[in-house]
Design a protein around this ligand. Structure first.
Ligand SMILES: O=C[C@H](O)COP(=O)(O)O
Length: 261
């Protein structure tokens, strides 16, 4: 088992393309190359920023990668406002977030649609970051494992084991997103371990050992160290803290085991 830690900065609907360039430049300048041996760093800007981020990372041969926050289940056609897998692949994206709770809630995305999007991503060699997570009332009733493992199984429906290998799973309890209320490492590990056990059950332990399972929800430099120490947590999907270059750099360095740059 040699899973490399992944820190993914989900910018959500923040920063225009000029601000995106400034932030990526700052991160690249602040995080020395040696850290990338231990941690994969990726940023997930809004669609309108991706071309600028691509030009910068290609031009300066930066070691960080980038991706998108969503994609269409379709490759092309009359789907006003949507962005397709082939478009993201052409822009050099590595990852695409799928099924984030904000999309499930504000865009009524069902497990079925999430599954179609996961397939679309894999079809175009993009690694889906499949998000699962329970709302507060489910956590309070103790249903977090059932809820998240059901979302995982539905999101991966119909995929072959060798496809699942390229998926990243992100456990984001809805009650911990943007609230400052982070799950304890033990709470996060409990669910991440259950997600991995489900992967092992369905696709075999070799695949389950390879898949990275991230935690997301109020992750900061102050808590990343304890989270990545957990056996089944392989990094983080970071929202707010990924918009601040100093904080994000610190977080990436600590996820790599330190020391601070
Ligand atoms: O995708 C990221 C998550 O929604 C977490 O956001 P947050 O770090 O601002 O709580």
């Amino acid at each position: 088992m040699a899973r490399k830690v992944l820190i993914a900065g989900n910018w959500k609907m923040n920063l225009n393309h000029l601000e995106a360039i400034a932030l990526v430049q700052k991160i690249a300048f602040s995080l020395p190359e040696k850290y990338y041996a231990k941690v994969d760093v990726t940023v997930l800007p809004p669609f309108t920023d991706i071309r600028s981020v691509q030009t910068l990372t290609d031009g300066d041969k930066l070691l960080l990668t980038y991706g998108a926050q969503d994609l269409s289940p379709n490759d092309s056609g009359a789907y006003t406002g949507d962005i397709s897998g082939p478009m993201l692949a052409k822009l050099g994206c590595t990852y695409v977030t799928i099924g984030h709770s904000e999309r499930r809630e504000y865009h009524a995305e069902s497990d079925e649609l999430v599954n179609k999007k996961v397939r679309a991503a894999l079809k175009h060699a993009l690694s889906p970051i499949l998000c699962v997570g329970e709302p507060l009332e489910v956590r309070e009733a103790g249903g977090q494992i059932e809820h998240t493992t059901n979302q995982l199984v539905a999101g991966l429906k119909g995929l072959k084991a060798e496809q699942v290998k390229n998926v990243v799973v992100a456990y984001e309890p809805v009650w911990a997103i943007g609230t400052g209320r982070v799950a304890t490492p033990a709470d996060a590990e409990e669910v991440c371990a259950a997600l991995r056990a489900t992967l092992a059950e369905k696709y075999g332990s070799e695949i389950a050992d390879d898949v990275r399972v991230l935690y997301g929800g109020s992750v900061k430099s102050g808590n990343i160290g304890d989270l990545v120490k957990c056996e089944n947590i392989d990094g983080a999907l970071v929202g707010g803290a990924s918009l601040d270059a100093d904080e994000f750099t610190k977080l990436c360095a600590l996820a790599a085991g330190g020391p601070l740059p």
